[in-house]
Design a protein around this ligand. Sequence first.
Ligand SMILES: Nc1ncnc2c1ncn2[C@@H]1O[C@H](COP(=O)(O)OP(=O)(O)O)[C@@H](O)[C@H]1O
Ligand SMILES: Cc1ncc(COP(=O)(O)OP(=O)(O)O)c(N)n1
Length: 268
Amino acid sequence: MQVAKALTIAGSDSGGGAGVQADLKTFQELDVYGMSAITAVTAQNTLGVQGVYDVSVDGVIEQLNSIGDDLTPNAVKTGMLFSEDIIEATAICIDFYGWKNLVVDPVMIAKGGAKLLQDQAVRALKERLLPLSTVVTPNLPEAEVLADMKIDSEDKKKEAAKAIHGLGADFVVIKGGHDSSSIVTDILYDGHAFTTFDSNRYETKNTHGTGCTFSAAITAQLAQGKSVPESIKLAKAFIQAAIEDDLHIGAGHGPTNHWAYEKRGALT
Ligand SMILES: Nc1ncnc2c1ncn2[C@@H]1O[C@H](COP(=O)(O)OP(=O)(O)O)[C@@H](O)[C@H]1O
Ligand SMILES: Cc1ncc(COP(=O)(O)OP(=O)(O)O)c(N)n1
């Protein structure tokens, strides 16, 4: 059996809803063999982030070398990278091994407000990682930081997507989860034109790990040879199902349901 392989370079979420755990669950659900290099360990649950412990740069490089020397991923995603040094090491390894289909989820701040990327690391993210990326998937606050502008209208969103594209990503998806409208719109910019992906906003507090899950679904599709627009279309359906069929786990912002998409498929 030939199986596509995907690698996530990200932080661990002890609560299992975001980070490496969300990525590996998503890869598995989408029939892709998942691998991981952990950049930081977070003590986290549905109530928030209680602690952040970064892995040494040598530790991150060794994980990436172990993967690169034996297992070639068909696609790679990055999530929480935490520091300038980890970003630098990640960029060097991706370049050295020639890994393609890179999805950068520019994780900066958890929904509860905890910092998952140091302020001084933003420059490295922009200058070292975005030029290597096939797709970058900022939420609205992250897009504001990357584009260095306030986004308060659809026109501004498009202007920001163009600015982020100018940093070197082939495709930019600005996600609409942080909007307040009843339709959640993610916009895709390919350097020439915009495509929008709409869905109904589902009212729930259980949206922990939506960005991780969405970007992991894109990565899984790219690993299987799908185009970027096709991958985003499926990822949007995957996250919509995962949000709508909520699990109600924990007392705070619960995780999404990584089984939901496949279960829906099995029922139709
Ligand atoms: N309440 C919601 N209903 C439906 N889709 C949502 C909702 N919240 C987020 N999404 C979708 O989840 C994905 C992640 O978006 P977002 O929450 O903005 O990212 P992040 O977790 O990085 O902040 C996007 O595809 C977005 O459209
Ligand atoms: C370890 C770890 N990585 C990333 C995140 C952020 O995940 P995200 O999908 O943006 O979800 P929220 O934190 O915003 O719910 C995280 N929390 N932990």
